[in-house]
Design a protein around this ligand. Structure first.
Ligand code: ADP
Ligand code: MG
Length: 482
């Protein structure tokens, strides 16, 4: 048994999600990403004296959506608080947040379906707050630069209970949260651009122990994979220290993506005193039951519900269902195809197979698939079901044409002479041709090598150019050989 097996990890994640509102949390400044530095600003976001914040109502709507999606309690009486600290990218000298009255409490995320067993990770709280600006220390050798475009942008912070027990579970948790905010269309979920950020609180303890070990908090992972790497590194680092007789310092650490390590950013020994107090410039906000119900009406079908529908009502495999729910546009597209065909398995195969690989090859999204609309997929499936074409002709000959052409699948099949030969006489002629061309194999077949059927079928498809209805052909072939 290795020393690492003696310990177990305890992980709690804090996720900041930038809400995709058009204007900032408490001002009308634009939130557009990638504009020139310090252009999306105003006297309010710059903290000029005498200016007053005003709450963007979309914040409440988006936070309620998220709360409902994670089965949380939504608070009726919401207060805002000032969290006071000094930093150059925080021009007001305080952040407006929710201290004692987070808008959501007691939610959970189910780490199903990608981990072995269904596991619930409880969400302690979700609260609204605003982002700080960005300090840039690596562009000018003598100065730090400040971009305040981000100052005041709406955020929700999602705080989990320390109930995640491995880096794989953490990976799954962040994946689920990202999928949810994307389905809800409240955040673009882009970790590279920082619109979704995850801080990992990690501690370790001897297996069987009931007390928590000292935790560290690691920041600056710009992908879900890097969240996993940072946690793996931290678990090992902490166990190594404990095994060597040392103790873990309470600190904030940063992740180095180059070598996967973490390093000290600042000590957390003395608890910060942020001197929270109620924000005097914002009225408390009441979230009524009626309002919550209105928002509930607008919720889309969520990934886990779709997964259930696909596996239970549509009889798809877990694997297929998982791929389909990965992205909302794909799932919606699949839903539409399923309005037009009852062959759900074929619909899933077409989307997860030829369509996905076409999208990947051309680096386009499903909305850019101009000529292959859900109706066209249903048409192709129907052509196959009616025995007009077989699957490989559809995949290799019709689909590649269809992506470039406005013609229907049937028109393409007819124009290229691809309609399957289901006519008995025609198939008999093809079989005759194959038998005449392969006297040796026929002899061997008659002497008992029945596995040569596959060879004959291959030949038959060749001479018929793939157009012989395989079922009929197989039957006629056996009859004629015998
Ligand atoms: P802070 O302001 O210090 O970051 P928060 O309450 O915002 O505190 O977040 C604490 C996070 O740390 C939560 O996600 C919680 O689950 C997690 N956490 C608390 N104690 C531990 C521990 N011993 N090991 C790992 N994670 C922990
Ligand atoms: Mg925190």
């Amino acid at each position: 048994m290795s020393i690492y097996d003696k310990y177990e990890a305890v992980i709690g994640l804090e996720i900041h999600a930038q809400l995709s509102t058009k204007s900032k949390a408490y001002t009308a400044d634009s939130t557009a990403f990638g504009t020139l530095p310090n252009t999306n600003i105003s006297p309010i976001s710059l903290g000029h004296p005498g200016t007053l914040p005003r709450l963007n109502k979309k914040n409440i709507e988006y936070a309620v959506k998220l709360g409902l999606a994670v089965h949380a309690d939504i608070r009726e009486h919401n207060e805002f608080a000032r969290k006071n600290y000094f930093y150059a990218d925080l021009p007001k000298g305080y952040q407006i947040t929710q201290d004692k009255t987070p808008i959501c409490n007691n939610g959970y995320i189910t780490l199903f379906p990608n981990t072995d067993q269904e596991k619930k990770v409880n969400i302690t709280r979700i609260h609204l707050e605003e982002d700080a600006g960005k300090s840039i220390h690596d562009q000018d050798p003598f100065h730090s630069l400040i971009d305040l475009n981000r100052a005041g942008v709406s955020l929700v912070e999602i705080v989990s209970e320390p109930e995640i027990s491995s880096s794989d579970e953490a990976y799954e948790y962040v994946t689920q949260v990202r999928k949810l905010v994307r389905y809800l269309e409240i955040c673009d979920g882009n970790m590279e651009e920082g619109s979704l950020r995850c801080d990992a609180n990690v501690s370790v303890r001897l297996k069987g122990s009931t007390e928590f070990g000292q935790r560290t908090e690691t920041k600056n992972m710009n992908s879900i994979r890097n969240v996993k790497r940072a946690i793996d590194y931290e678990i090992k680092r902490q166990i190594d220290i404990l095994e060597a007789g040392g103790k873990i310092d309470m600190e904030t650490r940063s992740f180095n993506a180059v070598d996967g390590s973490t390093f000290t950013l600042r000590s957390k020994e003395e608890a910060h005193d942020y001197r929270y107090f109620p924000e005097p410039d914002l009225q408390p906000t009441r979230v009524t039951t009626g309002y919550i119900e209105e928002v509930r009406e607008t919720l889309p079908e969520l990934p886990n519900e779709l997964y259930k529908k696909y596996t239970e009502a549509y009889g798809l495999s877990e694997y297929d269902a998982n791929i389909l729910i990965e992205s909302k546009p794909i799932a919606l597209y699949f839903n539409e195809v399923c309005q037009l065909t009852k062959n759900y398995k074929a619909a899933a195969n077409w989307i997860n197979g030829p369509i996905k690989s076409h999208l990947n090859k051309n680096a386009i999204s499903i909305s850019e698939l101009e000529f292959v609309q859900p109706k066209d997929v249903a048409d192709i499936i129907a052509l196959i079901e009616e025995g007009k074409v077989n699957n490989s002709i559809a995949e290799q000959k019709i689909f590649p044409e269809k992506v470039k052409s406005n013609a229907t699948a049937l028109e393409i099949a007819e124009k290229n002479n691809l309609i399957q030969e289901g006519d008995d006489d025609a198939i008999v002629a093809f079989v005759k041709q194959v038998i005449d061309q392969n006297p040796n194999e026929v002899e061997r077949y008659k002497n008992g090598e029945k596995q040569l059927t596959g060879f004959f079928m291959g030949q038959l498809m060749r001479v018929s150019q793939g157009k012989a209805d395989p079922k009929k052909a197989n039957q006629i072939l056996r009859e004629m050989l015998n």
